[in-house]
Write a protein that binds this ligand. Structure first.
Ligand SMILES: *[C@@H]1O[C@H](CO)[C@@H](O)[C@H](O)[C@H]1NC(C)=O
Ligand SMILES: *[C@@H]1O[C@H](CO)[C@@H](O)[C@H](O)[C@H]1NC(C)=O
Ligand SMILES: *[C@@H]1O[C@H](CO)[C@@H](O)[C@H](O)[C@H]1NC(C)=O
Length: 361
């Protein structure tokens, strides 16, 4: 608590001290229907500004289209950029007291408890929050919660590897047939990729990584890049384990989950800023995100009452070989994160190339 207080004092007047001191963190609990909130949002002017972590500008176009179709007259003004860049810009806005973003949805899970403690977030429980797994939300203030499970599966192009069968372990990737076939994101450039390598090497050791290097993987920036590249018919690479393609990726792509070490999964986490310029519009988005209507569209729901539709998979808490609560603890441990980053930087060099958000892809 004292750490939070000291930080807030340094950051100046934009924080509400009553919240820092632990008072007044009781959330407002939403009881209105989506339609009622929609009417309130329209009166606000019809725009909600969202910053969403990711590594392709177009990555949230599906969400934008679904939301705008569902709520005509409301524009989802969504910006996708790397969470590790967006969070610092949010801190800047908080420092300067000029918040222009309504809703933040990021991979940097360690930021949310801190922002909550600093009084930067709206303590507000959307309808449906009660069904979100307890580990994915702040139970007291309701100020942040996961809205969708992101994960890295093993993914490969079945047209290029017709004889691969099912790749069922990280050890499988060391087979001679995958030499020169791997395309991977630099672990020293993305903390969720870093955590993937960490979990694998906890079980298989650094020897696995040495052997992986002998496979001559191609290293790239951005976690969308590997899947994009391997999906192309004429690119040399065909396998990755650092990309998110959902549970039903393209027709030429097969995915599997390893049986020798844990794969990474985490709740991509959302919050409304306390001084959001369009609070009702942000509430509309967040109620929509947690609604059964939207949760049944995501790969793995954050709600315990919704299973991934059209698949054989159990809910994320019962999925073998992943612990969706582990990534938040990893992200809090910045000392370990930094030490690991340098472990990989020493072996791979610094990440080369522009951010995929700047590059002409
Ligand atoms: C949309 O979001 C961008 C980036 O946050 C911001 O600069 C812009 O002012 C927003 N547009 C509207 C109409 O609010
Ligand atoms: C794709 O994966 C499924 C399930 O693991 C498997 O049954 C099928 O044979 C795979 N297809 C190819 C072409 O490898
Ligand atoms: C996966 O591979 C193993 C051994 O290679 C095989 O026994 C199993 O049936 C395969 N599973 C699927 C779903 O294809």
């Amino acid at each position: 608590m004292f750490k939070g207080l000291a930080a807030a004092l340094l950051l100046g007047q934009s924080f509400a001290y009553d919240t820092i001191l632990g008072f007044n963190s009781t959330p407002i609990i939403e009881t209105r229907s989506l339609d009622e909130i929609y009417h309130a949002a329209l009166l606000e002017g019809g725009t909600v500004t969202v910053w969403h972590g990711g590594d392709e500008r177009t990555q949230q176009d599906t969400l934008k289209a679904a939301f705008e179709k569902r709520f005509p007259g409301i524009t989802l003004n969504i910006t996708v950029d790397l969470s590790k860049y967006l969070d610092g810009e949010i801190d800047q806005q908080l420092f300067n007291g000029n918040i222009h973003v309504d809703s933040i949805i990021l991979q940097t899970l360690q930021d949310f408890p801190r922002w909550q403690q600093e009084g930067a977030l709206l303590n507000y429980a959307p309808v449906g929050l009660e069904s979100v797994f307890p580990a994915f939300k702040d139970p007291l203030s309701a100020s942040w919660y996961g809205y969708s499970i992101f994960f890295w599966s093993i993914s490969w192009n079945v047209e290029k590897l017709p004889h691969a069968g099912n790749i069922s372990s990280y050890k499988d990737l060391l087979k001679p047939e995958f030499k020169d076939q791997l395309i991977l994101t630099y672990p020293n450039d993305d903390d969720a990729v870093l955590f993937a390598f960490y979990q694998i090497m906890e079980v298989l050791g650094t020897k696995w990584f040495d052997n992986l290097l002998e496979q001559n993987p191609r290293w790239v920036r951005g976690t969308a890049t590997p899947l994009n590249v391997l999906s192309e018919a004429n690119s040399p690479q065909s396998v990755t384990f650092t990309s998110f393609g959902g549970l039903s990726p393209g027709q030429n792509i097969n995915i599997s989950f390893p049986n020798d070490a844990d794969f990474v999964s985490w709740p991509q986490t959302a919050a409304i800023l306390k001084h959001a310029p369009h609070p009702e519009s942000a509430k509309l988005l967040h109620n929509y995100l947690l609604s059964p209507e939207y949760q049944s569209k995501v790969s793995w729901s954050v709600r315990h009452d919704i299973r991934p539709s059209g698949t054989m998979y159990p809910d994320i808490m019962h999925m073998p070989h992943t612990n969706p609560t582990a990534f938040a603890r990893f992200m809090e441990d910045r000392v370990t994160v930094e030490r690991l980053r340098f472990f990989f930087e020493k072996r791979l060099g610094t990440a080369q190339g522009l951010s995929p958000l700047i590059d002409e892809f």
